[in-house]
Ligand binder design. Structure first.
Ligand code: NAD
Length: 509
């Protein structure tokens, strides 16, 4: 992979501006340097957004909304279709940049761009299906129906681990709904944001549309706060830690704004005696070590039936020996680096805490050094025997640490699975219909995602994505998730010659 060619194709310079209104890039803030966790090298620098820059963005976005909302939704869908086509052209380069700047495998980087293409296709169809209902009025000669209108400016705050897909999950839907978008990507992956902005800005320019339809801002939580406190931002869609979501949720609620929160997970797999061992092992290991455990849907807990607990301990030990760690750009490797040294310190601190608490470490972790690991961000995946109520098990550590525990009855397994503050993804491995149906029933998993015989990670865009409890309750992507990007209006039309009142109320003059 030639990183210079990739940066050139995506129009990324060695020094960049992190504020953009369509094609117009500018910024007067501090400079941040994006460093690759793959090899520890500086890739390029980006100037961050100041309060004055932000004001310019909001003025342009608000003005663009006045025009964009009047364009027919299928015509907006046509713009999104062209965006999807451009993403197809740049898939290889953008996927490689995701891999190099964030550290996930090249396959997963390309997969992320494919998800962007998929959501564009979905949104194009959706642009002709923004349906409202019609109702029968109780009053004579009246017609009643509801329709959906765009909200205005949608502010998107996103996490480092899906540096491009989460933006498109939001924008593709928001744009066909008639909203304009202002995006603050993670300060850890600013080049991915600039690359995406370059792609959509070119289309807006070619179509003669205002650049304010797509804007980016760059910086840390202080730039995020500009959006959460701003009453002009109708919806804040925030993806990140539960800690961040709690602050964002409260700030936006204070001004009666809308939020879509996609926060941390603590995802479990229940392994029953009837589970197919081969698929269970593959799903468990991919779920725990894929993306170096840095997916919101990564598998963090295995809840294993006591009759097969020892058998799985041995099988896991053998399976983990096969995991190859190294540059994510090399397709032979299963696991790349963590995002940065802070993440490594957090990983190590959690393992130390478990050891101090007297837990048995089944598969030892540790930080890797030497040739190929110069960035200092590569770690070994670790498996620890634990109890569900231990404090380090209850919180999400964004790293490849897997906790294993045993259960005796299916009801106990479900209670363990639900016994954490988060509620994103869950799965049961079973060939027993009673167990799987219980798991999917109202008395079963309390998560937004509940699977049978597949892992906890890896979702398709067609379903609504999100989770309950401290995961935030938001849903984005497929199904009817588009409704959060619109406001609902109920309309009643009287085509008679009197004004009858509802509920039989009489009022004669
Ligand atoms: P993070 O919470 O540190 O940061 C996420 C984003 O929020 C960043 O852009 C950051 O600048 C911004 N931010 C932080 N504090 C803010 C504040 N007070 N006001 C406004 N913005 C603020 O998360 P991260 O380390 O980048 O990502 C990892 C986390 O994201 C994990 O918890 C993971 O589970 C979660 N995540 C969830 C989903 C999901 O769909 N549920 C998807 C991806 C990641």
């Amino acid at each position: 992979m030639n990183i210079e060619n990739i940066l050139r194709e995506l129009n990324i310079q060695s020094e960049n501006y992190g504020t953009a209104i369509g094609k117009r890039f500018f910024a007067a803030g501090d400079r941040i340097v994006s460093t690759s966790p793959v090899d520890g090298k500086a890739i390029a620098s980006v100037k961050t957004t100041t309060a004055d820059d932000y004001e310019q963005v909001m003025a342009a976005a608000t003005e663009a909304f006045a025009q964009w909302r009047t364009m027919p939704a299928p015509a907006r869908g046509e713009v999104v279709r062209k965006f999807g086509d451009k993403l197809r052209q740049h898939k290889a380069a953008l996927g490689a940049l995701v891999s190099y700047e964030m550290g996930k495998s090249l396959q997963e980087g390309l997969g992320e761009v494919q998800e962007m293409i998929d959501i564009c296709d979905f949104a194009v169809g959706l642009s002709r299906q923004l349906y409202g209902l019609t109702m029968h009025s109780e009053r004579p000669n009246h017609r009643m129906y509801e329709q959906w209108h765009p909200l205005g400016v949608v502010g998107i705050i996103s996490a480092f681990n899906f540096p491009v897909a989460v933006w498109s999950w939001n924008t593709a839907l928001a744009w066909v709904c008639g909203d304009v978008c202002v995006w603050k990507g993670s300060e850890k992956t600013p080049l991915c944001s600039i690359a995406c902005q370059n792609i959509i800005a070119e289309i807006l320019y070619e179509e003669g549309l205002p650049g304010g339809i797509s804007c980016i801002v760059t910086g840390d939580y202080r730039v995020g706060e500009m959006m959460t406190k701003d009453h002009r931002v109708a919806l804040v869609s925030a993806t990140g830690s539960s800690r961040m979501g709690k602050i964002v949720g409260q700030t936006v609620a204070e001004r009666f704004g809308k939020t879509l929160l996609e926060l941390g997970g603590n995802n479990a797999m229940i392994i029953t005696p009837s589970a197919d061992k081969a698929i269970t092992l593959t799903a468990a290991v991919f779920g725990a070590v894929g993306t170096a455990g840095q997916r919101c849907t990564s598998t963090r807990r295995l809840i294993i039936h006591s009759s097969v607990y020892n058998e799985y301990k041995e099988a896991l030990t053998n399976a983990y020996k096969q995991v190859k760690i190294g540059s994510p750009l090399d397709e032979n490797n299963h696991m790349g680096p963590l995002i940065d040294k802070d993440a490594v310190a957090n990983y190590q601190a959690t393992i130390d805490e478990a050891i101090k608490a007297g837990n048995h470490v089944l598969i030892e972790g540790g930080v890797l050094s030497g040739e190929g690991f110069e960035s200092g961000c590569y770690v070994k995946p670790c498996v620890i025997e634990a109890k569900n109520n231990q404090s380090f098990v209850q919180r999400e550590t964004f790293a490849p640490i897997l906790y294993i525990m045993s259960y005796d009855t299916i009801e106990e397994a479900v209670a363990i699975q639900n016994g954490v503050p988060q509620g994103l993804s869950s799965t049961i491995m079973t060939n027993d219909l009673r167990e799987s149906e219980l798991f999917l029933s109202a008395a079963g998993s309390d998560c937004g995602i509940a699977n049978v015989n597949i892992g906890t990670s890896g979702a398709e865009i067609g379903g609504a994505f999100g989770g309950e409890k401290e995961t935030g309750g938001g849903r984005e992507s497929g199904s009817d998730a588009w409704k959060i990007y619109m406001r609902r209006q109920t309309n009643t039309i009287n085509y008679g010659k009197t004004v009858p009142l509802a509920q039989g109320i009489k009022f004669d003059l």
